[in-house]
Design a protein around this ligand. Structure first.
Ligand code: C2E
Ligand code: CA
Ligand code: CA
Length: 695
């Protein structure tokens, strides 16, 4: 498109000359318009589209520099050349100072150079305008991006900072200009804190770009440490020579924070915020490595809340969760900052005591924890009581690495539970042997009933005054195809733990009642038959109903049945126990308290139960001859007590003449023990009953 020129001149001759010259331009004619007065010129400029103005400064409505100024104000970015008389060149020069691009001297208008220089002027202005736009665009872009941009010259002196760079570094462009870039951007290694070479310097030195590098920290002007990610590249001129370098970097605090938050989440339990297994394993590995060098004994405490499941089931998960949180808080207070309290899942916690010097030190912490958790928790307006069982394993005795240490602490914790909860146990190697055996017993026990491997043996009870057999106690035996005859000590506890005691107990009761009926039918004298009832059976909802059904099915006289229960079973829920015993009593069934003296039941409670027989535990009987004095005194005291409560007293485990004599002298009613007979099978017992006395 042709350039459009506006001529403002009152002289028709001048206009004609200029038009003539401009139309001759060898690279194409100009479009030329002309007006005679400034007002018309201004009006035309306002309409736009003018690339250059040729103005005479002697116009009818304006003159001289004032005239120029008004034109320049109206078209600041348009080329203006004045048309002047030779003697007026001073005015023309002054106009150039005020923004004119040049002047044309009157008398030289037809010079062939006029169109060419006008074209040059117009083009130069256009390039300048383009540059201005490009620069403005770059400036705006650089200031609106989040990345910081800093550039420096060949000497590494800062010549540019964008807004983001100003914000992150704390330096303004003006302050930074000319200073060494390393002074403005103090970059250190995130891990070591040591100063890193400035990327701009590196890019200049190597004359090649540097990719993004992580882990760098920019120390801001105010000392703030900002993790950054940066890259740098040299800047080259037209000839490919480096003239400086530019560095781009961004504040990655946010993503660093996010990463560390994610790492935290991956390593911690969401409910309690405690480290999880993963982090615990790390810490154990670390503690173990340390301990190998300094000879310490890191210990693991494996904790399990007693009865947590019950709380969770009866009061709801929300309460359970709050309890776990409250427990965590107390646990953390029991240990040092260098120790790790972790949640292992559910109601299990594992604590790593990292720098114990002596293996026993763990006991102190365990004691502290037991005490801390024994105080009631106030949750949702109600008081909750819990206790914990703790197993302890110590490096290196109980394991050299995390998995073994945890496993063994866990095993020890189970032993603590067996010991009646609310205590701690150190791991012993034989616990593992027992754990293996227990597993073995449990799995074969599951098949024992269907394979009819159970037997009952019977042991007689003898009335001391007459020598008459008053009854027999049914004692369970397990005839294992490989192990032979297994004594109840080896399997009753396991059966209780896995619930198998319920069907087994039912079998025992049925078998004992059936045997009583068989002997009766065989014409043998009626004896009472005592059956041991474990805690789980006694608490079982259907226990009474099943017993009733068995009595009915076997046709045994209920008066011939005696149930043996330990004190602790009865004391667990006194009201329920009394109620159940009452129902059995109503049928005529007799009740015996087994292992009497080993529990700590109060007599006033025992008094509430309809008890017929007290069986003095064999440990007291054994003590009779060990020292003729004080221990025998316990037996006589218990015998006395039984008499006061109007119960029959039976001494268990009588093995020798001396014990027998003592018991007789103290008016004990009955006795049972190897002295009279070991437990024997039904046939042998039948023979004894037939004889009427023991040998
Ligand atoms: P317990 O009820 O105290 O049974 C008495 C235990 O003492 C029996 O051991 C018996 O063999 C043993 N004993 C008898 N006289 C003597 C003696 O003079 N000296 C010594 N040292 N021991 C004597 P056993 O048969 O091994 O039974 C052990 C425990 O197993 C029983 O203790 C009882 O608590 C439990 N048990 C046995 N059978 C059953 C059963 O059918 N059901 C349940 N729930 N528990 C049973
Ligand atoms: Ca018994
Ligand atoms: Ca007993």
């Amino acid at each position: 498109m042709a350039n459009r020129v506006l001529i403002i001149s009152p002289s028709a001759d001048d206009v004609r000359l200029l038009e003539h010259a401009l139309k001759q331009a060898h690279d194409g004619p100009f479009d030329v318009e002309s007006v005679c007065a400034l007002a018309d010129g201004l009006e035309r400029i306002r309409q736009g589209g003018i690339d250059a103005i040729l103005a005479d400064l002697a116009l009818p409505d304006a003159r001289g520099l004032a005239c120029f100024d008004r034109l320049h104000d109206a078209a600041p970015h348009t080329a203006i050349l004045t048309l002047c008389e030779l003697e007026n060149e001073d005015e023309a020069k002054e106009a150039v100072r005020r923004g004119a691009q040049g002047w044309l001297s009157k008398g030289y208008f037809d010079n062939y150079l006029v169109p060419q220089s006008l074209r040059n002027i117009i083009n130069r202005l256009k390039v300048e305008q383009g540059l201005y736009v490009a620069q403005a665009r770059a400036e705006i872009t650089l200031n609106s991006i989040g990345d910081a941009v800093v550039s420096a010259d060949m000497d590494g002196r800062v010549d540019y900072l964008n807004v983001a760079a100003e914000r992150i570094s704390g330096w303004t462009r003006e302050q930074a200009a000319g200073r060494p870039v390393a002074e403005i951007l103090n970059i250190v290694d995130g891990a070591t804190g040591r100063a890193l070479p400035n990327p701009i310097a590196v890019a200049l030195e190597g004359n090649r770009p540097l990719g993004f590098a992580g882990e760098a920290i920019l120390v801001g002007r105010d000392g703030r440490r900002i993790p950054i990610e940066d890259s740098a590249a040299p800047i080259h001129d037209w000839d490919g020579r480096a003239v400086g370098a530019v560095m781009v970097f961004r504040d990655i605090s946010h993503s660093v924070a996010l990463t560390s938050k994610m790492r935290h989440q991956a390593q911690h339990d969401f409910l309690t915020g405690l480290p999880n297994r993963m982090l615990l394993n790390d810490r154990i590995a670390h503690a173990v490595a340390q301990a190998r060098r300094d000879g310490f004994h890191p210990a693991l405490l494996f904790l399990d809340l007693d009865k947590f499941k019950h709380i969770n089931d009866s009061l709801g998960h929300a309460v359970g969760d709050q309890l776990l949180q409250a427990v965590s808080e107390r646990l953390v207070k029991c240990v040092r900052a260098s120790d790790t309290v972790s949640r292992h899942g559910g109601d299990e916690f594992v604590i790593l005591l990292a720098d114990e010097r002596r293996p026993q030190d763990a006991a102190l912490t365990a004691d502290k924890i037991l005490l801390a958790l024994s105080a009631p928790f106030l949750i949702g307006g109600q008081e909750l009581h819990t206790s914990t069982s703790i197993g302890v394993s110590v490096f290196p005795l109980d394991g050299m690495e995390s998995a073994t240490l945890i496993k063994n602490a866990d095993t020890a914790m189970y032993h603590a539970k067996e010991r009646g909860r609310g205590n701690y146990q150190f791991f012993h190697q034989e616990m593992n042997t027992r754990a293996v055996e227990r597993q073995l017993v449990e799995s074969s026990l599951r098949r024992a009933l269907e394979r009819s491997e159970f037997r009952l043996h019977y042991q007689p009870k003898v009335e001391l005054a007459t020598g008459r057999i008053t009854g027999v106690e049914a004692l369970l035996r397990w005839e294992h195809p490989e192990w032979g005859l297994v004594q109840p000590d080896r399997f009753i506890a396991v059966a209780e733990e896995c619930g198998l005691i319920i069907p087994i107990g039912r079998w025992v009761l049925h078998e004992a009642c059936t045997q009583a009926v068989r002997w009766r039918r065989a014409g043998l004298p009626a004896v009472s038959i005592a059956v041991n009832v474990s805690a789980l059976e006694f608490r079982h909802r259907e226990f009474f109903a099943h017993a009733l059904a068995i009595l009915g099915a076997t046709g045994v006289d209920p008066a011939c049945l005696q149930l043996e229960l330990t004190e602790s079973v009865l004391m667990r829920d006194v009201t329920a126990s009394a109620d159940l015993l009452g129902r059995f009593k109503a049928l005529g069934v007799e009740i015996a308290v087994d292992d009497f003296g080993t529990g700590y039941s109060s007599l006033s409670y025992l008094n509430q139960f309809p008890i017929d027989v007290l069986k003095i535990d064999k440990s007291f009987v054994r003590a009779i001859d060990a020292s003729a004095g004080s221990n025998g005194a316990i037996v006589s005291a218990v015998i006395g007590m039984g008499k006061t409560l109007h119960h029959r007293v039976v001494a268990e485990g009588v093995e020798d003449q001396a014990q027998l004599a003592f018991l007789k002298a103290n008016d004990c009613n009955e006795a049972q023990g190897y002295w009279f007979s070991r437990p024997v099978d039904a046939a042998a017992m039948g023979a004894i009953l037939d004889a009427g006395v023991v040998a």
